[in-house]
Design a protein around this ligand. Structure first.
Ligand code: MF3
Ligand code: CO
Ligand code: CO
Length: 294
C-alpha cells in the first residue's frame, strides 16, 4: 500500500468528502477559499468558555472513539469515517472539513508526517505511530486537540518520543499564567526536549482558538523571546501543540520539513519520526484550565 521501498509514506488515494447534514451549523469558511480575517480578541466570557469546553469535550471523545478503532490493517480513511460519524452524531461540525480546501474530518499523521496528514487508503502497520487531530465546531465555538497513538507495539525510541512529547505539552501548560508573555511556553517545552536531542518544529505553532479556528494569536513551541511577547490574561483561550522530531539536524530558523503536492501533508525532510500532542486551554488566575478533556 502507500509506502515506498524504504517504508516511507507516499500519497495514497483520497476519497470524496462526505456531506454534513444541513441541520448542523457550518463555520463561515466552509465553501469559501479561506476564513474571514478574525476581528475579535482572544479573551472570552465564562459563558463563551463553557461553549468552547463543550466543543472541546466532543472533539476529545471523538479522538477516543477513533483511537479505539486503531489496529494494523485499518486505513486512515476508515478512521476518518469514525471521526465524521462521531462528530455529526453529536451535532458538531468537523472544523477541518472544508477549511482552506482540506477534505476530511481528522488529520492522520503517521511516523515521519509532522502534521496535516490527509486520511486516504494508507493501512496502519504494527509499530507505526499515528497522530489524530480533531477540531469540533458547535454553538459557534471550535475546540481543537490532538494525540499520538502507537499501533500495536512501537520500537522503544518511538515509544519514548511519544511519551516525552506528551510530557512536553504538560510542561508547556504548566508555564501558563496571567501576566507572563506567551514565549515562556515554548521556553519550557524547548528546554525539556533539548536534553533528549530532539528537534522542535518552528513553522507550525499553537494558536488562539474559539470563535475562529485560528484567531491570529501565535504560540511558538521554541524559545522565541523577545518575540511573541503577548501577555497572557485571565480568560484568554489558545492551543499548545508541540511537534517534536527524533532527528537533530536544525536549519537556521528551525527543523527542516517538506510538503507533499496535496498542499497539506508535512513531513520531516530527513524522514525522522515525529510526534505531537495538543490541548485547547483557558488562562485562569492560577494557571491553565484544559478545555479539551473528554
Ligand atoms: N487542527 C489543526 C491545528 O491544530 C489544524 C488542521 S487544519 C487542516 O491547528 F485543515 F489541516 F485540517
Ligand atoms: Co491547533
Ligand atoms: Co489541532
Amino acid at each position: 500500500m502507500p509506502r515506498d521501498a524504504q517504508g516511507y509514506l507516499v500519497p495514497g488515494v483520497i476519497s470524496a468528502s462526505r456531506p454534513v447534514p444541513s441541520r448542523i451549523a457550518r463555520p463561515e469558511y466552509v465553501g469559501k477559499p479561506g476564513p474571514r480575517a478574525y476581528a475579535g480578541d482572544n479573551t472570552y466570557s465564562a459563558e463563551e468558555i463553557e461553549r468552547i469546553r463543550e466543543s472541546g469535550s466532543i472533539a476529545a471523545q471523538a479522538i477516543e472513539a477513533v483511537a479505539a478503532a486503531i489496529r494494523p490493517g485499518i486505513t486512515t480513511q476508515q478512521l476518518d469515517d469514525v471521526a465524521f460519524d462521531f462528530l455529526v452524531s453529536h451535532d458538531a461540525y468537523p472544523s477541518t472539513l472544508g477549511y482552506r480546501g482540506y477534505p476530511k474530518s481528522v488529520c492522520t499523521s503517521l511516523n515521519e508526517v509532522v502534521c496535516h496528514g490527509i486520511p486516504d487508503d494508507t493501512t496502519l502497520v504494527d509499530g507505526d505511530i499515528i497522530n489524530l487531530d480533531i477540531t469540533a465546531y458547535r454553538n459557534g465555538m471550535h475546540g481543537d486537540l490532538n494525540k499520538t497513538f502507537i499501533v500495536g507495539e512501537a520500537a522503544p525510541a518511538a515509544a519514548d518520543l511519544v511519551q516525552r512529547t506528551r510530557e512536553a505539552l504538560d510542561r508547556g501548560i504548566r508555564a501558563v499564567a496571567p501576566g507572563r508573555e506567551v514565549n515562556v511556553i515554548g521556553r519550557a517545552i524547548e528546554s525539556y526536549t533539548k536534553r533528549f536531542g530532539y528537534g522542535v518544529i518552528r513553522d507550525f505553532t499553537g494558536h488562539g482558538v474559539g470563535a475562529a479556528f485560528h484567531t491570529g494569536l501565535i504560540i511558538p513551541h521554541y524559545d522565541s523571546a523577545p518575540a511573541f511577547a503577548d501577555v497572557m490574561e485571565v480568560g484568554m483561550v489558545f492551543t499548545i501543540e508541540p511537534m517534536l522530531t527524533m532527528g537533530t539536524p536544525e536549519r537556521p530558523g528551525g527543523y527542516a520539513w517538506d510538503q507533499w503536492g496535496d498542499g497539506w501533508t508535512v513531513t520531516t525532510k530527513d524522514k525522522s519520526w515525529t510526534a505531537q500532542f495538543e490541548h485547547t486551554l483557558v488562562v485562569t488566575e492560577r494557571g491553565a484550565d484544559i478545555l479539551t478533556l473528554p
